[in-house]
Design a binder for this molecule. Structure first.
Ligand SMILES: [Zn+2]
Length: 234
């Protein structure tokens, strides 16, 4: 809230390099758009969909994602959603798409005051539709129980925290079975892929409800070395 307000009244500084003049400078914008590619976590957990991301979780992309998610710079949603839209476009290539955002854990929602991934999915869908692409956003995933915030947990702790964490929300499962067959490629959307545990669990919940998510798209992918860093989603 405060940061969003400051963004409105103060001259902007780049979220990637802190240079004055723009919310994101041209050079950092290029880094955030990245180079859409399939970047799988190693090792990949069982059932993980093919993971596409715009960029490595480093440099300007990492700083912009953290500013957006953790520091309330909601104005960054647009450039980040642009990167997401380009990555969806590259990964799916012309087919109708159903974007399924991975919901934030409730403690994270409270802390951040917004659901950053759902917002990104909605904006990205808007860009793709403007480009003539049939895209819908289906906020069908819900938490089955209270989760600990993933940030700061080890790989093992994350996997335990996430076991059967998601379900398809009431009302969506019947809809899926009846009318969604052939509606489009189901693509899971998250901000960052680290271990892949979150996306594998989300894909499992969709399978349980009778639908397959062959792809996942994120803004960035962590290179698996050392321990997870601030802002990692899982
Ligand atoms: Zn910059």
């Amino acid at each position: 809230m405060t940061t969003a307000l400051l963004d409105l009244v103060l001259p902007p500084r780049c979220a990637g390099c802190d240079a004055p003049g723009a919310l994101v400078c041209p050079s950092c914008a290029e880094e955030i758009r990245g180079e859409p590619a399939c970047r799988m976590p190693v090792p990949a957990p069982p059932g993980l969909p093919e993971c596409w991301s715009a960029a490595e979780y480093a440099g300007a992309a990492r700083r912009a994602i953290i500013s957006y998610k953790e520091r309330g710079r909601t104005a960054l949603a647009r450039p980040l959603a642009g990167a997401l839209a380009l990555t969806v476009g590259t990964a799916v290539g012309g087919h109708p798409v159903v974007l399924v955002p991975v919901p934030s854990a409730r403690p994270a929602l409270r802390r951040r005051g917004h659901d950053p991934v759902t917002r990104l999915a909605e904006l990205a869908a808007g860009y793709l539709r403007e480009a003539g692409w049939p895209v819908m956003v289906a906020g069908m995933l819900a938490h089955r129980r209270r989760l600990a915030d993933q940030a700061g947990l080890s790989s093992l702790q994350r996997a335990e925290n996430l076991a059967s964490a998601f379900k398809v929300a009431a009302g969506w499962d019947g809809l899926l079975a009846r009318s969604w067959e052939g509606a489009g490629v189901v693509v899971l959307v998250d901000d960052v892929v680290t271990t892949g545990a979150t996306l594998a669990e989300a894909a499992r919940a969709l399978r349980e409800a009778g639908t397959q998510a062959p792809l996942a798209v994120t803004l960035a992918a962590t290179r698996r070395r050392g321990r997870p860093r601030e802002g990692d989603g899982g």
